[in-house]
Each structure stands twice: as structure tokens, then as C-alpha cells.
Design a protein around this ligand. Structure first.
Ligand SMILES: Nc1ccc([C@@H]2N[C@H](CO)[C@@H](O)[C@H]2O)cc1
Ligand SMILES: [Ca+2]
Length: 317
């Protein structure tokens, strides 16, 4: 069982990542932290607590903590055209029943990592990397204590916020550069694979047939996400990015990886936020390469994990 901290900005797909992490028997969700990204910090935090209620996460079990409310250097950008004004438009959101932890998210991350043996905690960021960058700057020792960082973000080729930059990276590229160069193992689950994790009609039928409230909630998320993605990016079905990072932790064989140096462009006029994956060094990425990029995904196995997790969550209320 993998112990993870989910650092997220719910976000329709972050919500599915949280449901997957909570429902999967292969994951021990030890903390949830939020970061400004898809929407403002207040909105994504409220959304995270609403998803926790849907998932039936009992109060006083897992710390939920809010983190950075803006990027390190640049002006905050949100993705309202995809996630709506609330950050999770579509389903009615239940009232939260979990009180936020008093600590800042980065202190929950640091305290959790430093209080567990080395190599036990996996960080799973599915939003901007502001919290992760601040945490490793405040307590550099987490870089050698964390098992690995498995993040949804970036792309080997392409982008969704510019022709060559993905939202989570480009909104805070300075934070991303800190994370990719901190010395810990980083697995980048980027658009190359997440754009294949589509919530098609068949997938939604499978999920709805579970007949539970969390399944219905997920389908209502997909309905809004589908329309937003159709209008803004011309997709027939919405790519559900964030649960791909959690799925990698559950079963790495669902993905194929490329070991290669990855750096983040922070100066480019046309290329800022690009994750530059250096494929010149062949299969092991050259000496002491700690960064990996996902190149392939078994989409059927991915959705099996999501359906299984929702099935195990059942109907908590
Ligand atoms: N257009 C768009 C913008 C942001 C996101 C969010 N950022 C990542 C994908 O770019 C995911 O974490 C998702 O929550 C998705 C689509
Ligand atoms: Ca996200």
C-alpha cells in the first residue's frame, strides 16, 4: 500500500483523483492539501472538502490543509473556462463536514514526510507546483525522504495553455523548475497520456451503472467537463488528467515511462512553461537521471481502477 499526499486544485479531474485515492485499496491517503490553480485557493479548498463529503471521508481522519494562494512570482491565472466560476461547476456540492487543518499545506507536507520513515511518503501533485516548491525550500531534507513525486503536469510534446505548455506547469513555472530539479525522483504524467484518458459515453455508462451517489456525482462532473472541453478545446469526450497520476502510484504497469532529463522553460517568449524532455541520452536518460515522463497508458486498465475505487466507496451517506 502506497502512502500518498494529494496536493490538488479541484477541479473536476482533481475530484476524480481524490475519489480514486480514497477508494483504492492500494492507496493510504495520509493528507490532502490544496493550492491555487484551476480557481482561487478559497474555491478549490471548498471544492476539496465537498468531494471529501461525497467520498465519505470521516472528519478527524485525514488532514485537509490549504496552501499557496498564488504562484511564487507570476500573476495568478485560473481556468474558469474549463472548470467554471466555482472551479467545479456542474454537480450540487454538499456542505463540508471536515474542518481545515490549522497548519499551512506546506507544513502538513513537511510534518507528514518528516514524521514517516524515509522512502514511505509519495507526493502526488495534481495542480500547480507552488506548495511542493515552497515545502522543499522550507525543509530541503524532504527531497531525500520522499519516496517519489508523481505529478500530473507538463507534456513531452504539446500543451493546453499554450502550444507547448501545460496549465499546471505554466501558471507557476518557477515552482515547477524547483520541483523538477530538487533531486528526488519525479514521474511526470503529462498530456501525452492524460489526453487518452477520456470519459467516453461507454466509460460513463459503466460508472453510472454502479448506482451510487458518488458515481452520479462523478458523472455530473464529467457532464460539465465534457461541454467545457468541447467548447474550449474541441474534444468529443473530456480527458480526465489528474487520476492518471494516482493510477500510476496504484499500478505503475498501467503506464510506460521514458527516463530522461526534464527541465522547465521559465524565460521563453513563446515557450515559457514548456517541460523540456531531453531524449538525446537513450533509455536511461544518462548519468544519474531522476526524472521520468509517461509515454503510454493502458486506458482500459486505468478506467478499471477508477470504477473499482468508486465501487468500494459505495454510498457513504
Ligand atoms: N484547460 C485546462 C486547464 C487546466 C486543467 C487542470 N490542469 C491540469 C491539466 O492541464 C489538470 O490538473 C486539470 O485539473 C485542465 C484543463
Ligand atoms: Ca488539477
Amino acid at each position: 500500500v502506497s502512502k500518498i499526499i494529494l496536493d490538488c486544485d479541484p477541479g473536476h479531474d482533481d475530484a476524480v483523483a481524490l475519489l480514486l485515492a480514497w477508494g483504492s485499496p492500494a492507496i493510504d491517503l495520509v493528507a490532502v492539501t490544496t493550492v491555487a490553480g484551476n480557481q482561487t485557493l478559497a474555491k478549490v479548498t471548498r471544492n476539496a472538502l465537498a468531494v471529501a463529503r461525497v467520498a465519505g471521508i470521516p472528519p478527524n481522519t485525514i488532514p485537509f490543509a490549504a496552501g499557496a494562494d498564488r504562484p511564487l512570482v507570476r500573476v495568478q491565472e485560473v481556468a474558469a473556462e474549463i472548470h467554471g466560476a466555482s472551479g467545479m461547476d456542474g454537480p450540487a456540492l454538499p456542505e463540508p463536514n471536515i474542518e481545515l487543518d490549522k497548519r499551512h499545506a506546506i507544513d502538513v507536507i513537511i510534518d507528514t514526510v518528516m514524521s514517516h520513515p524515509p522512502g514511505e511518503i509519495t507526493l502526488v501533485p495534481t495542480g500547480t507546483l507552488t506548495n511542493i516548491a515552497l515545502a522543499v525550500r522550507k525543509e530541503p531534507r524532504i527531497a531525500e525522504r520522499v519516496k517519489e513525486v508523481v505529478l500530473m503536469g507538463g507534456a513531452i510534446v504539446g500543451g493546453n495553455w499554450s502550444p507547448c505548455a501545460e496549465f499546471n506547469i505554466v501558471v507557476d513555472p518557477e515552482a515547477a523548475e524547483i520541483v523538477f530539479s530538487a533531486g528526488w525522483k519525479v514521474v511526470m504524467v503529462g498530456l501525452d497520456v492524460t489526453h487518452k484518458a477520456l470519459a467516453t459515453a461507454a466509460v460513463r455508462e459503466r460508472i453510472l451503472s454502479l448506482g451510487t451517489k458518488p458515481a452520479k456525482f462523478a458523472d455530473e462532473l464529467f457532464e460539465f467537463f465534457k461541454e467545457a472541453y468541447r467548447i474550449s478545446q474541441g474534444f468529443d469526450a473530456p480527458p480526465v488528467h489528474d487520476p492518471c497520476a494516482v493510477a500510476y502510484v496504484i499500478d505503475p504497469t498501467v503506464f510506460t515511462l521514458l527516463q530522461a532529463p526534464i527541465t522547465v522553460e521559465t524565460q521563453g517568449k513563446h515557450t515559457v512553461g514548456m517541460t523540456v524532455v531531453d531524449t538525446r541520452y537513450g533509455k536511461d536518460g544518462g548519468a544519474d537521471c531522476k526524472t521520468f515522463a509517461a509515454t503510454g497508458i493502458n486506458v482500459e486498465k486505468f478506467w478499471d481502477l477508477v470504477v473499482d475505487a468508486l465501487q468500494r466507496i459505495g454510498d457513504p451517506e
